[in-house]
Design a protein around this ligand. Structure first.
Ligand SMILES: CC(C)(COP(=O)(O)OP(=O)(O)OC[C@H]1O[C@@H](n2cnc3c(N)ncnc32)[C@H](O)[C@@H]1OP(=O)(O)O)[C@@H](O)C(=O)NCCC(=O)NCCS
Length: 248
C-alpha cells in the first residue's frame, strides 16, 4: 500500500526509528523563487545558471532552496548555513557527520524529500508518462527477472509497472549512494501492481527496506531505507511557499 500524505503537524519532530517524506510541489511565485535563490551557496547559484532552460533553472533553485530550508529546520540553522557536501559518487550529505540523513528526487514539478536519523535513505520519483520504448529501455537496465515481470504486466499497466521498477531501482542505488556505478541488473525489485514492494539485493551484506511513497496516481515513487522496516510518515505541502513558511 502506498504511503498516505497528511497535513504536517503543528510541532514537527523527527525521531530515531522514523522516516519522514515531505512531498512538495515545486511551483513558486517569483518572490518565493528570489527568496529561495538567496539561501543558495555561490556554487549552487553558479550551477543554477548552467541549466539550458529557465524552467530547469527554476526547478533547481526551488528544489535546492527547499532542501536547505527543510534541513535548516531540522538542524536549527539558517538555510544558507546548512553545510552541504557530496560523497564520492555525488550523494549529498551534511558536512561533519551528525545523525541526520536525507535524500531527494524531483520530476514533473513535484519533489520528495526523505529524512531520517542514523539511517541511510534513497528516494526516487518519476511522473508516469507515455514510454513507447519502455521494453527496450528495460532490456538495457533491468534484470532478466524484471524484464520478464514487465512483459507479463497487462498492456494498460505496463508504463506504470516500468516506472515502478525504475524508481525502486533508483531509490536503492541512491540509498547506497553509488549512483550508476552499481550494476542495475545486480539486484531485483518487484514491479507488478499485484505484488508488494520487495527488494532482493543478495550481494549486499547490508539490510534494506523498500516502500511505495507515490504522492499521487500520476507518479511512481520509492523509498529505500537502511535496516528492517521502519515507520514512514508522509507530509504534503501545497507549494514551495507553504513548505518554506513551515520549516523556515
Ligand atoms: C543522479 C542520480 C542519482 C539520480 O538522478 P535522477 O533520477 O535523474 O534525479 P532525481 O531527481 O531522482 O535525483 C536527483 C538528486 O539526487 C541526488 N544525488 C545525486 N547523486 C546521488 C547519489 N550518488 N546517491 C544519492 N543521491 C544522489 C542529488 O541531490 C540530486 O538533486 P540535485 O540535482 O538537486 O542536486 C543517478 O542515479 C542518475 O543519473 N540516474 C540516471 C537515470 C538512469 O539511468 N536510471 C536507470 C534506472 S533503472
Amino acid at each position: 500500500m502506498s504511503l498516505s500524505y497528511r497535513q504536517p503537524p503543528n510541532r514537527w519532530e523527527l525521531r530515531p526509528g522514523e522516516i519522514h517524506v515531505c512531498a512538495v510541489a515545486l511551483a513558486a511565485s517569483p518572490v518565493c523563487i528570489a527568496k529561495l535563490e538567496g539561501v543558495l551557496s555561490p556554487e549552487e547559484r553558479q550551477r543554477a545558471r548552467r541549466f539550458r532552460t529557465a524552467e530547469l533553472t527554476q526547478a533547481f533553485v526551488a528544489g535546492r532552496g527547499i532542501l536547505r530550508t527543510i534541513l535548516g529546520g531540522c538542524l536549527h540553522l539558517p538555510p544558507s548555513d546548512v553545510p552541504l557536501e557530496y560523497g564520492e559518487r555525488g550523494k549529498p550529505r551534511i558536512r561533519g557527520g551528525g545523525r541526520l540523513r536525507f535524500n531527494l528526487s524531483h520530476s514533473g514539478g513535484q519533489a520528495l524529500y526523505a529524512l531520517a536519523v542514523d539511517c541511510e535513505v534513497g528516494v526516487d520519483l518519476e511522473r508516469i508518462r507515455p514510454m513507447p520504448d519502455c521494453e527496450s529501455i528495460a532490456e538495457r537496465f533491468f534484470s532478466a527477472a524484471e524484464q520478464r515481470d514487465l512483459r507479463s504486466a497487462p498492456p494498460r499497466q505496463r508504463e506504470a509497472a516500468f516506472f515502478t521498477c525504475w524508481t525502486r531501482k533508483e531509490a536503492y542505488i541512491k540509498a547506497v549512494g553509488d549512483g550508476l556505478s552499481l550494476p542495475l541488473d545486480s539486484f531485483r525489485v518487484s514491479l507488478l501492481p499485484s505484488e508488494p514492494p520487495t527488494l532482493d539485493a543478495r550481494g549486499d551484506s547490508q539490510e534494506w527496506s523498500l516502500f511505495d511513497v507515490s504522492p499521487g496516481q500520476s507518479y511512481a515513487a520509492a523509498l529505500v531505507a537502511e535496516g528492517p522496516r521502519t515507520e514512514v510518515r508522509g507530509w504534503a505541502f501545497g507549494d514551495a511557499g507553504d513548505c518554506t513558511a513551515y520549516f523556515g
